[in-house]
Design a protein. Structure first.
Length: 187
């Protein structure tokens, strides 16, 4: 927890406006296992893996003097996934560095979303920062996790000699029809 101007801030129920006004800073180190939705996308999660995060709030003046609430988020984590080349476990480092601008309500976010380059979120007095961290880590997961160099050589062939040999022993499914054609004098 960070104490700025006598106010204690919590990642579980963050008063975003007060946090930004105070120029608040929060940092934490959580076990990966704490992020249940993220763990569902992993392969054999371990207790020795952590999510390190930092958040900074600020109020910036926009053109016209309008105050805008911002949250800068930095997250580093390593997640165990399955290599899609060799199918062995691979620890994948994830890094998230994002800035979010907060707006008054959902209608404002929807109205501004099309024309904004920044990510918009709705201002809250009980914002769940850890849920945002988990969302961003899930979005950062690679579509196809791979080792840089697989620990074992992966055979890169499209045929299996045993499979071809097994098929050679079986009669062709239309061989009986060919026999019928011969019986009726057709060629």
């Amino acid at each position: 927890m960070d104490k700025e101007a006598g106010k204690a801030f919590s990642a579980d129920h963050l008063d975003v406006w007060a946090f930004a006004q105070a120029g608040g800073q929060l940092a934490g180190r959580d076990q990966l296992l704490k992020y249940e939705r993220l763990v569902l996308d992993t392969q054999a999660p371990r207790a020795d893996l952590f999510v390190d995060w930092q958040a900074e709030g600020s109020v910036r003046k926009a053109p016209g003097g309008v105050a805008q609430v911002w949250l800068q988020l930095r997250v580093h984590a390593t997640v165990p996934l399955q290599c899609q080349r060799c199918l062995a476990p691979v620890d994948v480092p994830l890094v998230v560095e994002r800035a979010f601008r907060f707006v008054a309500d959902e209608a404002t976010a929807d109205a501004l979303d099309e024309g904004c380059e920044e990510d918009l979120l709705v201002l809250s007095h009980r914002f769940d920062l850890r849920a945002l961290i988990e969302d961003e880590l899930i979005l950062a997961l690679p579509l196809v996790p791979l080792h840089d160099h697989c620990p074992e050589v992966v055979p890169m062939v499209s045929t299996d000699p045993d499979f071809d040999a097994a098929g050679a022993d079986k009669p062709h499914p239309f061989a009986a029809l060919a026999g019928l054609r011969k019986d009726h004098g057709e060629k």
